[in-house]
Design a protein around this ligand. Structure first.
Ligand code: NAP
Ligand code: X1H
Length: 396
């Protein structure tokens, strides 16, 4: 059956056959009309148990904080929810801030982890069936993605043409770059924009959006391979900071400074970026990854001299956190999907093909994928393939 015929099939509301208490049977979806409402996945069955990752101890060391549960119950979607069978999940630098409990210091252990995924809808509640249908591919930005199946509130899911990792890369990484530059960058054609961690998940999008806005783009990275990639996406001046000193290069080649910085690294790189600002320059704090693996999560900067430097240049430092800008989200996703469809946007994805133990396949690979990112080895958005394509969609 093709996905379009799946979508044309009207909603069929089913219930879940539950096993005896404590037993996790293979769950067939049949009409019992007494349990939570559910949709059937065209002949396939949803298992009773699944693998998922769970934070059992607060730590920024992901392996220390997180365990793999081999037989967790597959959750049941509520009325407004989808049950998504994850095909790919996205790795984020901040997964370790989350596992350290930094997002919510009052959080109670154990808790789910993982910010985003892409997969197929395999079940849904009655209200959710007004917007989505079984078999549909969706991407989402919602908690608990590091699992084989995730319950996602339907309003946090976006319909996508296929369960491909490129779509996943837009949800958080792409949207962060799009919205941060649009709302806080005040970009004008001819501006000079410095992007740090430019070949990574969100940096690659910042480079492309700044270039589209008619800016001259400088991007930092740690290898010649990444610098070569940056050239291919329009970066005017990739700087491999392992091979050349970042501060010296900026002073020599950009004596009047840079107008905007999209800054993800923090610490010494933040200090260099502040020093490189032009008059009326804007430095957008996207993150400070160089500190996340420390106890406080915060790298040290020369904070004492910051006010005088900003004053002398009429410059500003602006913080950006995507969940605070959700009203811009629809516009960002719509525009990015259109650019992608027209071949105007590169969504580079790193599935771990070059990692020492090979591609990131299976939920257990999330640990290696996080380490790959923290070793600075990733080129593009790091993703883990959780499951092979569904039988129905593989026949498309
Ligand atoms: P990523 O860029 O795909 O990967 C992280 C990259 O950071 C590495 O590949 C590495 O590239 C670079 N890096 C530089 N110094 C590092 C260090 N000391 N340790 C580890 N890596 C270092 O990761 P991402 O998930 O897209 O996140 C990038 C930044 O965006 C993070 O600061 C994250 O917190 C932030 N972010 C913020 C928001 C928001 O709403 N504010 C949303 C999403 C992401 P090189 O080796 O090439 O330098
Ligand atoms: C309500 O707003 C926030 C914002 C950030 C709540 C929590 C955080 C957080 O934990 C983060 C964070 C989130 C996303 C991201 O891309 C980077 C960072 S850095 C960070 C943090 C690190 C160390 C701390 O001591 C506190 C926050």
């Amino acid at each position: 059956m093709s996905s379009s015929s799946l979508r044309r099939t009207g909603p069929r509301v089913f219930s879940v056959l539950r096993g005896a208490a404590g037993v996790a049977p293979r769950r067939r979806i049949v009409d019992l009309s007494y349990s939570a409402h559910f949709m059937d996945f065209h002949g396939s069955s949803i298992p009773g148990s699944m693998k998922k990752l769970l934070v059992t101890r607060l730590s920024h060391d992901f392996r220390e904080a997180v365990v793999l549960q081999a037989a967790a119950p597959v959750p049941t979607p509520g009325d407004g929810d989808l049950l998504v069978r994850n095909r790919f999940v996205g790795i984020n630098a901040s997964d370790i801030n989350y596992s350290a409990g930094r997002y919510d210091p009052s959080v109670k252990l154990p808790f789910d982890v993982g910010f985003e995924g892409v997969g197929e809808v395999v079940g849904l509640g009655l209200s959710a069936s007004a917007h989505h249908t079984v078999g549909e591919a969706v991407a989402y930005f919602s908690d608990g993605a590091f699992a084989e199946y995730t319950v996602v509130p339907s309003k946090k899911a976006v319909s996508v043409p296929a369960a491909k990792p490129e779509f996943l890369s837009l949800l958080l990484s792409g949207a962060t770059a799009y919205v941060a530059l649009k709302r806080l960058g005040d970009l004008a054609p001819g501006d000079t924009v410095l992007v740090t961690a430019a070949a990574g998940g969100t940096g690659q999008f910042a480079v492309q959006f700044a270039k589209r806005a008619g800016c001259h783009v400088i991007g930092t990275c740690s290898s010649d391979e990444k610098a070569g990639f940056l050239k291919t996406i329009g970066c005017d001046r990739p700087i491999n900071y392992v091979a050349e000193d970042l501060g010296q290069t900026l002073r020599r080649e950009y004596p009047s400074g840079v107008d905007v910085v999209y800054e993800s690294v923090g610490g010494a790189v933040f200090d260099v970026a502040v020093n490189a600002l032009a008059n009326k320059g804007r430095l957008i704090v996207i993150g400070f990854i160089s500190g996340y693996r420390s106890l406080s999560g915060i790298p040290s900067i020369r904070g004492g001299t910051l006010p005088v430097k900003l004053l002398q240049k009429s410059a500003s430092v602006r913080g950006f956190f995507l969940p605070h800008f959700l009203h811009d989200y629809q516009d960002a996703l719509g525009s990015m999907m259109e650019m992608l469809a027209r071949g105007k946007l590169v969504c580079e994805v790193d599935r771990g093909e070059m990692a020492p133990e090979g591609s990131f396949v299976g939920l257990e690979s999330v640990f290696r994928a996080v380490e790959h990112m923290y070793a600075g080895k990733n080129l593009g958005k790091v993703v883990v393939e959780v499951a092979p394509p569904a039988v129905a969609s593989s026949k498309l």
